[in-house]
Design a binder for this molecule. Structure first.
Ligand SMILES: [Zn+2]
Length: 450
């Protein structure tokens, strides 16, 4: 049925006729206006979209090593809003606020140093102590982290359940470096050797409770410097580790006569627990290498069962007569760390990139060295959001130069090994912010006279 258009009075009688018969010029005019409006809307949308994708820093042309994501090639790294935006080949630099030419450099996740001492303060220890807890034997994190490519430092038991709150307020909350910590099983942390013997103050429940209240910072438990003829501090640390579901890190040093390293690694510790000062051996501490230069038979078995061997170089925990025979017999540490404190940094240890260079010198690949200072420690401390350059991860990035030349590397006994490659931190970025730039590669060049 044909419907007629009823005149409602709103339009002139011949409106619909006139509309259908309007001239082409009018249609074209209105059509192009519509097109124009659409273009503006689409334009605004794409500006909005582009704004959301704005790159703050673009690191171009470097060789990226990101073991978690199995990247080992030339890539660009785009950073936006403090996070990794993208890692890909040839990211256009048009939208980048700052472009860093990383040609000839290595680009890695920010390093994690799993053994440091950061509870600095001015408290005098009232007896011959170690001056590590709230005292001058520890170091300020920011003073030593970024310049060596480190963005996360893990304090190894400088505080215990009695004084963690001071460490947290004084150091952790005042550092740009991400500071995490193992809590000492000793109530007062590393206040001195007397406290390290005071087993009654090693309280698994109090230790686990403090960890449960501070999981954003605390990642494990540390046992250290006990000289007694038994495993009680290790047992208490493991008990606390079970209660809090965190790993235990053991400094096994100084028992006379020495305790059984095999018993520690094969019976007392759980898979995922850590032996630090791996390359240390003395009359009071069995080394991984015996008196004849042979790797003890249970070491590889312990590593197989999940025990983590951490370097913890320190001022006394790294000997070429342990490291070299170990590497020659197929034994390499799982994580590379410094045991940074006042004495180690001014002796053979120096800093993390120096310790990494020692392993390069012994034949460990650069990829393995980077993995042992990024993704591996992140896994050991159960912080898998760290140690890689995945999209969306906090942008902690290090740019290294691998220098070639003649270098000397000291162990903790003062013996030198010569090498010809050395890592040097060129640029360090923490949460998307440049915190170390050795030669100003991220800065605009001065164009005036000088
Ligand atoms: Zn230490």
């Amino acid at each position: 049925m044909k419907q007629s258009v009823k005149n409602t009075g709103l339009f002139p009688r011949n409106f619909f006729y006139r509309t259908s018969a309007m001239n082409m010029n009018w249609v074209l005019k209105k059509g192009s206006l519509l097109l124009w409006c659409l273009t503006i809307i689409l334009g605004l949308f794409s500006i909005q979209f582009a704004h959301a994708q704005q790159i703050d820093i673009l690191i171009k042309g470097g060789h990226v090593i990101d073991p978690k994501n199995e990247i080992d090639s030339r890539m660009d790294v785009a950073i936006a809003d403090g996070k990794i935006l993208r890692v890909a080949e040839n990211i256009p630099d048009g939208e980048a606020g700052r472009v860093v030419d990383a040609t000839g450099f290595y680009v890695t996740p920010g390093l994690i140093d799993m053994h440091t001492h950061l509870f600095y303060g001015t408290k005098e220890v009232g007896f011959r102590g170690f001056e590590i807890t709230n005292s001058y034997g520890s170091v300020q994190p920011d003073a030593f982290s970024f310049r060596t490519g480190v963005t996360t430092m893990v304090d190894a038991g400088s505080s215990g359940w009695r004084d963690f709150h001071t460490f947290r307020k004084q150091t952790v909350e005042n550092s740009r470096t991400r500071v995490l910590a193992f809590l000492s099983i000793a109530g007062h942390g590393m206040l001195g050797s007397v406290h390290a013997q005071y087993v009654q103050d090693m309280d698994p429940e109090a230790t686990a409770f403090i960890i449960s209240q501070n999981r954003d910072v605390l990642v494990g438990i540390k046992k250290h410097h006990y000289r007694g003829p038994d495993f009680r501090p290790v047992e208490r640390a493991v008990e606390a580790g079970k209660l809090a579901d965190v790993p235990v890190m053991v400094d096994f040093g100084g028992h006379d006569p020495p305790l059984s390293l095999e018993k520690l690694l094969m019976e007392k510790l759980r898979p995922g627990d850590i032996l630090t000062h791996t390359h240390f051996g003395s009359s009071q501490r069995q080394g991984a290498i015996d008196e004849n230069g042979s790797l003890r038979p249970f070491i590889l078995e312990a590593q197989e069962r999940g025990i983590i061997f951490d370097v913890g170089h320190g001022a006394g925990g790294f000997q070429w007569d342990q490291v070299i025979p170990g590497s020659q017999q197929g034994f390499w540490p799982n994580t590379i760390s410094t045991d940074l404190y006042r004495l180690s940094m001014n002796a053979g240890m120096k800093d993390l990139s120096n310790v990494m260079s020692k392993f390069l010198t012994l034949g460990m690949s650069l990829q393995d060295v980077i993995e042992r200072t990024t993704w591996k420690p992140a896994q050991v401390i159960k912080r898998e959001e760290l140690g890689h350059l995945s999209e969306g991860a906090e942008a902690d990035v290090t740019v290294f130069k691998l220098r070639e030349g003649e270098f000397g590397f000291l162990d903790a006994r003062g013996n030198r090994v010569n090498g010809n490659r050395k890592l040097e931190a060129e640029l360090t970025i923490r949460a998307g912010r440049v915190v170390w730039d050795l030669n100003g590669i991220s800065a605009p060049a001065w164009e005036g006279d000088f």
